[in-house]
Write a protein that binds this ligand. Structure first.
Ligand code: TRP
Length: 463
């Protein structure tokens, strides 16, 4: 256990908030909200965070802090007293595996934000003269450029590895403590600035009107609450294992969920104010409601607004920061396994995981047009096309829900309630909502996740 570290109080909150806030908030949430007609989707998402996400976050933090071990060891140790015995360690193993796969393609997308930061800097300095449609072509060309994709993947993973190499306190804590406040303050300023955009009113109406929602939208909102809170793969177990017993788990969970949700909503306000400032007819024909919204729709719109030249590079830099504090969390899950369960040094574990994840990321990086074979790879038929898409499909639809389900079942049904109460109240004092929490963890979470899995087995995809 020589290479384990420990967070300070604010350090833990900011690191966990940093892991939660990422591409899920700024890239994914706005486009799925847009695709699901806003309003009710946002409401369901908020409910899912409170009733399903937060209780599972409690569960992950409890087992991490209790055992002071990474997910594999944590499940192994607590599993000993449970039905099924040490086999529960497989859930921890699944989490580590998920971390490898998720980070390998997440870092590819994170690389795009760095590229766009550079692009916007050039545009701001030399003038923006791209038409909307060529912006789409430019993005397509960038995706299909294998050398660029691999370069930016390497840059992003290189920086991530460098931070994790420095350890929990002087790497992860220091970087997240610096970046998260900057991210929060500048995003709030950007949101305030968007009040002046002509589309602000429409954006708010879109975001908060209550309309119909179909079952798919409902399940997508629930599934996303997992991804955005970094649940279902042991990330919060890992960070929880570096938390002192003096810290309150319910209090920390509250703050993490609050900040994560606020930033997701703020990202929507910023992006939708820009998008709704474009006349409706033009919006409908020119701009797709697709996953590439952040990279094809937004830049041209930025430059149509006052101060756009200043705001756009700043915005992409922030997205890159948000992604970085998430890739750090993902890498730490993998690294902590080799340190705790295999007794490796932090240096050896980090360099090994960084290199392995880079190798695993290369096929994803080349699956966006650079290589025909990799780009058309589709073991799940029409559900996902290309390696990156296939990885995302598998992780978001299978690994994270299954990991979350097994975590909820393990903590809710296998561990003694006294142990749970003991750990929840440590550093917090009497926890009045204990019965309610246990009910949500035992019943509401598992039923919602089983419903998702049922739909996925039926051929649906929520990635
Ligand atoms: N929550 C991150 C986001 O919204 C993505 C993520 C999922 C993650 N699981 C994680 C980050 C585990 C760190 C650790 O972008």
């Amino acid at each position: 256990m020589s290479d384990r570290g420990r967070f300070g109080r604010m350090g833990f909150i900011l690191a966990a908030v940093g892991s939660a806030i990422g591409l899920g908030n700024i890239w994914k949430f706005p486009y799925i909200t847009y695709a699901n007609e806003g309003g009710s989707f946002v409401l369901v998402y908020l409910i899912a965070i409170v009733l399903i996400g937060a209780p599972i976050m409690f569960a992950e933090l409890i087992i991490g802090r209790r055992t002071q071990q990474s997910p594999y060891g944590a499940f192994a140790e607590l599993g000993k007293q449970a039905l099924g015995g040490k086999a529960w360690s497989a859930v921890g193993g699944l989490g580590v595996f998920t971390g490898f796969v998720l980070l390998s393609y997440y870092a590819v997308i994170a690389g795009w934000t760095v590229y766009y930061f550079g692009r916007c800097l050039t545009w701001s300095l030399q003038g923006y003269d791209v038409q909307n449609a060529p912006l789409g072509e430019m993005f397509g060309g960038f995706l299909a450029n294998g050398a660029l994709q691999i370069t930016f993947l390497a840059i992003f993973l290189g920086v991530t590895t460098g931070v994790v190499l420095l350890g929990v306190k002087s790497g992860i804590e220091r970087v997240t403590k610096t970046l998260m406040p900057i991210l929060g303050v500048v995003l709030v300023l950007l949101a305030i600035n968007s009040i002046r955009a002509p589309g602000f009113g429409d954006a708010m109406r879109f975001l908060f009107h209550i309309g119909p929602i179909d079952a798919d939208g409902f399940l997508e909102a629930v599934g996303h609450s997992f991804f955005t809170l970094s649940l279902g793969m042991g990330a919060m177990i890992t960070y929880g294992s570096y938390v002192s017993k003096k810290q309150s788990i319910p209090g920390s969970t509250f703050l993490i969920c609050l900040f994560d949700t606020l930033i997701a909503l703020i990202a929507c306000v910023i992006m939708f104010s820009i998008i709704f400032s474009i006349p409706e007819a033009e919006r409908a024909t020119t701009f797709g409601r697709s996953s590439t919204m952040l990279f094809t729709t937004l830049p041209s719109m930025f430059y149509a607004l006052p101060l756009g030249g200043l705001l756009s590079p700043v915005f992409y830099l922030l997205v890159a920061f948000a992604a970085l504090t998430s890739t750090i969390g993902l890498l730490e899950v993998a690294v902590s396994y080799f340190i705790d369960a295999r007794g490796w040094t932090r240096k050896k574990a980090t360099l090994f995981c960084g290199a392995a994840i880079f190798a695993l990321g290369v096929p994803s990086a080349l699956s966006l047009g650079a290589s025909n074979g990799l780009s058309s790879f589709n073991p799940f038929g029409s559900l996902a096309t290309g390696v990156l898409d296939t990885f995302d499909y598998t992780v978001s639809n299978w690994f994270l829900p299954v990991g979350g389900l097994l975590t909820a079942v393990f903590v809710g049904w296998m561990l003694k309630p006294e142990l749970l109460r003991d750990e929840l109240e440590e550093g917090h004092g009497t926890f009045k909502a204990f019965g309610l929490w246990l009910f949500l963890l035992r019943f509401v979470g598992p039923v919602a996740i089983l419903w998702i899995l049922w739909a996925v087995i039926g051929g649906r995809s929520f990635a």
